[in-house]
Design a protein around this ligand. Structure first.
Ligand code: UDP
Length: 224
């Protein structure tokens, strides 16, 4: 089984933003444990370092956000190697000598050989999010599931941080997610996943064993 894990910058910020080494090493251990059961590609966000930078040319701010994901990817690679797991970084915005360009065939071979592949730089294009990158990379790499790590248990009827009456939704279709105007995951990403029948599981990722439990369908909300 091949899956794509999306880790947001918010998760990587842990308790000591912007880069909490404890959070990186926690997620690295989670990935290393789950990689005994599945091939895992990871798309990292960048919101812990930079989001919505107001630059005179908006696209520049988006590129800065994408570069932030490269920083997170490098840190996650080191954390994975520390946890005894081989990992490589491929970037939509390559940094020569540091992070090579995304090559989907190289990524597929590395995954099949048991390596974790960290995909940095989002899509490489401004105005979209790393959630969209996660869905597109999952499709390109033939992953059968997207696992979206979150700070909340899954999909709720409203944002549980703002509405204490928000109800957990264990299972819903892509169309239901989109028509309810939910925001835990970028709707643009869900739209693309819907078109290709790609399921997404949103789960609370900051607890030990959560990634394996999500992989087994024991926790989280399943879209599709
Ligand atoms: N971004 C972009 N294109 C992409 C992915 C990301 O322009 O393909 C920019 C966008 O400005 C975004 C920022 O990088 O706000 C950081 O990504 P994101 O907000 O998805 O990170 P996360 O919320 O997951 O930490």
């Amino acid at each position: 089984m091949r899956v794509l894990l999306k880790l947001s910058g918010e998760l990587l910020a842990g308790r000591r933003p912007p880069i909490d080494w404890e959070a990186f090493s926690f997620h690295a251990r989670e990935i290393a444990a789950a990689s005994r059961e599945a091939e895992i590609a990871v798309v990292v966000g960048g919101g812990n370092i930079l989001r919505g930078a107001r630059t005179p040319v908006p696209a520049t701010g988006h590129v800065m956000g994408m570069l932030a994901t490269v920083i997170n990817a490098l840190a996650l690679r080191d954390a994975l190697r520390d946890a005894g797991k081989e990992a490589r970084v491929l970037s939509a915005l390559p940094v020569p000598g540091v992070a090579g360009a995304v090559d989907q065939w190289e990524a597929r071979d590395a995954l099949a050989a048991g390596e974790v592949v960290i995909l940095a730089g989002g899509t490489g294009l401004p105005y979209v999010t790393t959630d969209t990158a996660a869905v597109l990379r999952a499709l390109a790499l033939g992953a059968e599931l997207v696992l979206k790590g979150s700070k909340v248990e899954g999909v709720f009827t409203a944002d549980p941080a703002e509405d204490p009456g928000a109800e957990f939704i264990p299972r819903l279709t892509h169309a239901e997610y989109l028509s309810r105007g939910l925001r835990v995951l970028d709707p643009a990403a869900v739209q693309i996943a819907a078109e290709h029948g790609l399921p997404i599981v949103v789960f609370r990722a900051d607890r030990e064993g959560a990634l394996r439990a999500a992989l087994h369908g024991e926790i989280g909300s399943r879209i599709g």
